[in-house]
Design a protein around this ligand. Sequence first.
Ligand SMILES: *Cc1c(COP(=O)(O)O)cnc(C)c1O
Length: 366
Amino acid sequence: MKRVYNFSAGPSCLPEDVLRACADEMLDYQQTGQSVMEMSHRSKAYKAIIEDAEAMVRKLLDVPDTYSVLFLQGGASTQFAMVPLNLGIRHKKAAYINTGIWAGKAIQEARKYVAVDVVASSEDKAFTYIPHVEKIAGDYDYAYICLNNTIKGTHYEYIPDAGAIPLVADISSCVLSEPLDIRAFGLVFAGAQKNLGPAGVTLVIVRNDLLTETPREETPTMLSYKTHADEGSLYNTPPCYAIYVLGKVLHWIDANGGATGMKKRNQEKAQLLYDYLDASGVYHATVAPGSRSLMNIPFLTKETDPAKADELNKVFVAEAATAGLINLAGHRTVGGMRASLYNAMPIEGVRALIAFWEEFAKKYVV
Ligand SMILES: *Cc1c(COP(=O)(O)O)cnc(C)c1O
């Protein structure tokens, strides 16, 4: 068996130990004589699985009792609607910081339900940096940020101060990559397929006082946070198997030092790549220090002719894949290359990428 190094932005690599454990339990989960995939979500065995997953989220992110932990479906993208539907109810007005495509999609969706003020944006420099916002104030129901911008490779190095306004964050591509103070937020959400497990489950952590008001009248039952909070994410059939794998990933994170351990690993990995890129005469990172993501690292060659650069990028991505380094193409909307280094990417993968950079430079760039 030969495994590749998968640099995809999502779905992405999972810890091999987790995959093996899932394989071992595939036909017979803990002497129940069945796979978790076949199990009733109301069974005792499954109840233990989902309760353990929640307990691990609470442990690793130090989630206070005043918050609910929800396992939902519809991906992070469904949260773009659920947030305004559930939280945008008093003033029907929200503040957003626009840092790229995912924040932009959230803004677009929110505009269907609430008045949106874009209080800061990095669009002037093609979203290659994080704007600094001292304070968000006004009659807003909530303020919204995308903490790690998967496509452009930017990351907040501070948490904006929204005062009493509930702060909402899309943490899809950085959840548990480092410690995060949940108390600074009213709500955070993350699609699992980047740092938590397979696609199909979305983690939502929401402060309970935000669930006391009735969502907007037209809100579908399934899109009300309260529906799921009241039933421990078992209002209807949850994405059972995805939650089971997510639980295993959380145990793997726990065994590897928790959020602090992940940060250390991730800093080490990202530093290797950024240091190499910053010193290189052939490649460069597209994000300046101060806004750089530990998780998603876009890079380009220094070829200045756009047509030649494009061609070179294509050859790079194709030859890297042949060498077992897959999914290094940038997002389809921005092009270029991007290496995503989620928690499960081993440092050996990063070393292999650097070795490939060297080899490719010798062959094509002189
Ligand atoms: C991937 C991603 C999304 C979209 O997630 P889906 O689960 O595919 O809807 C949203 N926000 C961020 C920051 C992402 O990285």
